[in-house]
Design a protein around this ligand. Structure first.
Ligand SMILES: [Zn+2]
Length: 412
């Protein structure tokens, strides 16, 4: 039986959201948490974007060191030979890529304005796949942008051409959130059956169905005999109304009626890390978690009305589909209400020593403390918010990597 995998795209789709973004250290922390959680792949950034280069290389180094393992790190580029060449020039260590091309008539006409037709799109994509293989890419996914508004026959031709040229997956992008669970099931199933290649399901929430569509698309893919790779973002952060929320999608697979009995994850996802990654992403993006967000919202385990409260007191299963500890909640959270020392770009050594002492970091000599403080200052310049404990620990543990993450050299 085919299986379900997760590819989280917070560090690509999430960070390209209007008015939102993450520093390179914050993106790295997201990769660390995704890895801890057991997510198969992180789409970790844009290898053709110059200011990403040091970050991408540093994360590939963490993978080589065994720190970012077993998670796979994949880059996103356009499906053009130029982009492939530039990606391997700027990030020679890149191994996994998704190559994206628009497939709908709307986008082919609307974007290229008559300069390309649908046949040109296929040859542009296959040339890019050939180039990526020649450059040494170990795995290649091919993205059909706006797939949900594309004729299915064209998608089949696009997918078959990608497979013939050595791509391993076709990403079905419901770029505008136009699908519903019934239509995406049919499309995903037809593509899996006719192309004979694993399908990635990439859904947006413009009509409020991103999670439901992700499940239906995965079901269609598996019923069609292929592995399904669901794309998510942490807290559903993404373009416009956002993407399929990671935690909600994992919960939907694990807990919704009869689904998990037939459709299994290839790798177990550790839901007890849900609370931590959601809270962190909320802080780093500066976007509060809605009180009714599945799993992690403040009200998800709160009961006010008499009948519900009475029911939960007698047996939580009366009104809770899953328990708070399953999603990593229930531990104490310490909030300082008195004097507070936090990290900042202008911090000094005394406050810094106090901060690090609290998280039990010991320095071997004053020089080392100064060096870490300097890095923490740079991290603050990049994020413009006090660092959290895990970030301070990361910098103390991997100063060389942190230095790379904080290096930005604009071209001449
Ligand atoms: Zn998207």
């Amino acid at each position: 039986m085919a299986k379900i995998y997760f590819i989280d795209v917070t560090n690509r789709d999430g960070v390209q959201t209007a008015r939102l973004g993450l520093s390179k250290l914050q993106k790295t922390m997201i990769n660390m948490y995704l890895n801890e959680m057991g997510i198969f792949q992180s789409e970790f950034g844009f290898p053709t974007t110059r200011h990403e280069s040091f970050y991408l290389e540093a994360n590939l180094e963490l993978a080589e060191m065994g720190v970012l393992q077993p998670i796979r790190l994949g880059g996103w580029i356009r499906a053009t030979v130029d982009d492939v060449e530039r990606a391997f020039r700027l990030v020679p260590g890149i191994k996994h890529l998704n190559l994206s091309a628009p497939t709908s008539d709307q986008m082919i006409q609307g974007k290229f304005q008559g300069a390309k037709n649908s046949e040109d799109i296929i040859s542009m994509m296959t040339d890019a796949v050939d180039k990526a293989r020649a450059c040494g890419a170990e795995s290649i996914g091919v993205n059909a942008e706006d797939a949900s508004r594309t004729e299915i026959d064209f998608l089949v031709g696009f997918g078959l051409a990608a497979r013939e040229h050595g791509a391993q997956r076709l990403r079905y992008c419901d770029t505008l959130g136009y699908d519903n669970p019934f239509t995406i099931y049919e499309s995903a199933r037809a593509l899996a059956e006719t192309i004979g290649m694993p399908i990635e399901i990439h859904c947006h929430g413009d009509l409020g169905m991103a999670v439901a569509n992700s499940l239906a698309g995965a079901k269609g893919t598996i019923d069609g005999g292929q592995d399904a790779y669901i794309n998510t973002t942490v807290n559903g952060i993404g373009e416009r109304a956002g993407n399929a929320d990671l935690v909600a999608t994992v919960l939907a697979i694990a807990k919704s009626k009869e689904f998990a009995e037939r459709y299994e994850l290839e790798m177990p996802v550790d839901l007890t890390k849900a609370w931590k990654i959601s809270k962190y992403a909320s802080y780093a993006f500066g976007v509060p978690i809605p009180i009714n967000q599945p799993g992690v919202g403040a009200n998800v385990f709160a009961h006010g009305s008499g009948i519900h409260a009475d029911g939960v007191l007698k047996d939580p299963s009366n009104y809770e589909l899953y328990s708070f500890d399953e999603v990593g909640r229930g531990g104490p959270e310490i909030v300082d209400t008195g004097s507070l020392i936090c990290s900042g770009e202008y911090s000094g050594i005394s406050g810094f020593r106090h901060l690090m002492g609290r998280i039990a970091v010991r320095f071997k000599d004053p020089g080392q403390a100064e060096k870490i403080l300097e890095l923490v200052g740079y991290a603050n310049v990049a994020s413009q918010m006090p660092l959290v404990e895990d970030e301070l620990l990361f910098i103390a543990r991997y100063p060389g990597i942190a230095r790379k993450l904080l290096t930005l050299i604009p071209p001449e």
